[in-house]
Ligand binder design. Structure first.
Ligand code: NAD
Ligand code: TYD
Length: 351
């Protein structure tokens, strides 16, 4: 297959590109305009392969998109490019509307016009996979069953509202134009190359550097954690055998409270890099809560597991151990980020 991936230099997109390059024989076009969240290094292992090419363009740039799709002639598009951090969406929603909603519209429209011109066989096999989040479903109370593909949308942050809007556009293109698109909604990911403004990498790095570990509120909010390489495997299965018009809710059945996550990170960092000053749990600092903080997300992945013949290989313990070890072994990556793009508040220093 010839697979175009948008956002392929981001956290999940780079795991998808590495998976495609290292475990399949597909050709890959990575469409990524390199925002603050992009990392070229995350693709260093595969970027010199002739099966890979990078188009450093925005999904909002219609002429450039038309040109690269016409040249590359994809059989499938995996759309991951987005603004992805809830706290940033609260401070500055504009770019979330521009990228996640308007950008998805632009990409959909260009992809639809490209698809209309394909010859019959290629047209029938073409797929557009839109990668979304479980945050579009709103949040759960402790006693609620997990989200499924049938859960009604109820987004509550500018980020999740922008992703919900993009999901609706993608489904509208399927229903209205017969465009062979489908959607995945996934739980929180973690793993290597995760930009250190998100909970898990931020806590690992701060723990390694002896800085405060800023837990919002009382740390009781729950998230359901999926190791990023398991997610990449599910997405590649989906693009290879998923059905147009379908939705796949992807997760690993690993819900944890934020405080439990931070405590486990402290224990692993203590084990791998003991601190003479004492256990890292001493660094936990409860800070003011995120406005409109969603209490709990959790996905029932049964439908996706059955339809895609996929199951997460890592439970939270094995995935987190690999992740902490990766941040211990790859200090130069995040230390360079801190120097080049460091913005104290984002890395928790002023929280
Ligand atoms: P990320 O922020 O790490 O990466 C986003 C990538 O998109 C970056 O490389 C960036 O340069 C690129 N990008 C942004 N705007 C662009 C534009 N206009 N044109 C081209 N490229 C652009 O995000 P991520 O965590 O890898 O998330 C990828 C996708 O998965 C997103 O759509 C996100 O909503 C979804 N998702 C993420 C999670 C999670 O836990 N991180 C969970 C479920 C779903
Ligand atoms: P985050 O990684 O931002 O993902 P999301 O908001 O998309 O779930 O946050 C995960 C959880 O961790 C969320 O409940 C907010 C919380 N959190 C903290 O307690 N402290 C922090 O510094 C950050 C970034 C997040």
């Amino acid at each position: 297959m010839r697979v175009a991936v948008t956002g392929g230099c981001g956290f999940i997109g780079s795991a998808v590109v590495r998976h495609l390059m290292q475990r399949t024989s597909h050709q890959v076009l990575n469409i990524d305009c390199m925002t603050y969240a992009a990392s070229e290094e995350s693709l260093a292992a595969v970027s010199s392969d002739p099966r890979y090419r990078h188009a450093p363009i925005s999904i909002n740039d219609r002429p450039a998109l038309e040109k690269v799709l016409a040249e590359f002639q994809p059989d499938a598009i995996m759309h991951l490019a987005a603004e992805s951090h809830v706290d940033r969406s609260i401070d500055g929603p504009d770019v979330f509307i521009q990228t996640n909603i308007v950008g998805t519209y632009c990409l959909l429209d260009v992809a639809h016009r490209y698809w209309l011109k394909l010859e019959a066989e290629k047209k029938t096999g073409f797929r557009f996979l839109h990668i979304s989040t479980d945050e579009v479903f709103g949040h759960l109370a402790p006693e609620d069953p997990p989200f499924t593909e049938d859960t009604a949308y109820d987004p509550r942050s500018p980020y999740s509202a922008s992703k919900a809007a993009s999901d609706h556009l993608v489904r509208a293109w399927y229903h209205t134009y017969g465009f062979p698109a489908f959607v995945t909604n996934t739980t929180n990911n973690y793993g290597p190359w995760h930009f250190p403004e998100k909970l898990i990498p931020l806590m690992i790095i701060n723990a390694l550097e002896g800085r405060p570990l800023p837990v919002y509120g009382r740390g009781e909010n729950l998230r359901d954690w999926l190791f990023v390489e398991d997610h990449a495997a599910a997405l590649v299965r989906a693009v290879e055998c998923g059905k147009p018009g379908e939705t796949y809710a992807i997760g690993a059945r690993q819900p944890r409270s934020n405080l439990d996550v931070v405590r486990r990170i402290c224990a692993l960092v203590d084990e791998l890099e003991p601190d003479p000053a004492g256990p890292r749990e001493r660094l936990i600092s409860f800070v003011s809560d995120r406005p409109g903080h969603d209490f709990r997300y959790e996905i029932d992945p049964g439908h996706a597991e059955r339809c895609l013949d996929w199951k997460a290989e890592h439970d939270f313990e094995t995935g987190l151990r690999r992740t902490v070890q990766w941040y211990v072994d790859n200090r130069s990556w995040w230390q360079t980020l801190r120097k080049q793009r460091y913005d104290g508040r984002r890395l928790g220093v002023e929280k």
